[in-house]
Ligand binder design. Structure first.
Ligand SMILES: *[C@@H]1O[C@H](CO)[C@@H](O)[C@H](O)[C@H]1NC(C)=O
Ligand SMILES: *[C@@H]1O[C@H](CO)[C@@H](O)[C@H](O)[C@H]1NC(C)=O
Length: 313
């Protein structure tokens, strides 16, 4: 039987082991250190205490357009080369102003603050989700962001059922329900005009709405330029949708978990909802390798947690 002293010794020893454990985990000791000036209400905040990351997110422009904020002409001049936009800035400006006659004048999202704690799942469409059983884990987040043709029906076990935000552009558009935010990534002025048309009532017959107009948000083209320059050092022609969504999540969330990015176990960049036809699927105008390296760096710096799915046998 242990004496009282012996019991105390055991307890103290256990406490020490725990304390050493805490001190040797940098994220814990750092978060305790920065607690008082913490930038969010989570246990650990994205923006706290990492100069490398601080540099990445510094100088970010407003992520979304609003009635009061139109992309400045300098950024527009970069953006118009992304997909050969030929029309002048004044036309862009007018189009943006017309959009905010219909959509919420300020984007429906909660700005970063010391009282905000929002957890996000950013869900890409990689085939590595197949068989991952991440569904329940993904649904557990406050915000679940999906993109393009990403769907849940028939894949619930691996990808979940909840979608609070869906990123798309006209060519990748799907119908969203009444409760999902449509996040438009515009690559040309026609994409903005498409959005306008999609929500304008026609003379004959009811509008076939693709989403709730009160939940529409439009990415600032200047944010694309910023990701291209600050994050990717101008590699590739412009960043991929998945990568920009991840960068965007840094502004909408205090904790970011990433699913469905990268190749599957055979090294293919396919989609979980498709049978792969082209075995040499390339990443087009985007620097896929560089983007994925950066995602891994974010993971190593504990800024995001990357769930790799079924990559290894
Ligand atoms: C943009 O459009 C608004 C509204 O039509 C106008 O008041 C503003 O002067 C325009 N700005 C530029 C730089 O064209
Ligand atoms: C969708 O949501 C809006 C409010 O954001 C509401 O006015 C409208 O009735 C809803 N429509 C349906 C079909 O539930």
């Amino acid at each position: 039987m242990l004496s009282t002293i012996g019991k105390i010794w055991v307890v103290v020893t256990l406490l020490c082991i725990t304390a050493i454990g805490l001190l040797t985990r940098p994220s814990w000791s750092l978060s305790a250190f920065y607690r008082e000036s913490s930038s969010c209400a989570c246990r650990k905040c994205l923006t706290d205490g990492d100069p490398w990351f601080g540099e990445l997110i510094s100088g970010a422009p407003k992520p979304f357009l609003s009635r009061k904020y139109v992309t400045p002409e300098g950024a527009f001049n970069w953006w118009k080369h992304v997909q050969n936009e030929g029309r002048p800035y004044s036309f862009f400006n007018t189009t943006v102003h017309n959009l905010f006659q219909i959509f919420p004048p300020t984007p429906p999202f909660i700005e970063s603050s010391p009282s905000r704690c929002i957890t996000c799942a950013v869900v890409g469409n990689s085939g590595n989700l197949k068989g991952s059983h991440y569904g329940a884990l993904i649904d557990y987040h406050d915000i679940v962001i999906r993109m393009n043709r990403g769907r849940t029906k028939g894949y619930e076990e691996d990808v979940g059922t909840k979608t609070t935000h869906h990123v798309m552009y006209p060519e990748s558009a799907i119908n969203l329900g009444n409760t999902t935010h449509l996040v438009l990534f515009p690559f040309k002025i026609n994409d903005l005009l498409w959005l306008l048309r999609s929500f304008t009532p026609r003379e004959n017959g009811p509008v076939k709405t693709i989403a709730n107009k009160d939940l529409v948000m439009i990415l600032n083209p200047g944010f694309m330029k910023y990701v291209h320059e600050n994050w990717l050092g101008k590699k590739g022609r412009y960043p991929s949708t998945g990568f920009m969504t991840l960068a965007l999540s840094m502004h909408m969330c205090d904790e970011v978990n990433v699913f469905g990015f990268g190749a599957d176990r055979d090294g293919n960049w396919n989609h979980y909802f498709e049978v792969l036809r082209n075995k040499n699927y390339r990443t087009g105008p985007h620097s896929g390798t560089h983007e994925y390296e950066l995602i891994q760096q974010l993971h190593e710096h504990k800024k995001i947690q990357l769930f790799r799915g079924c990559r290894s046998q």
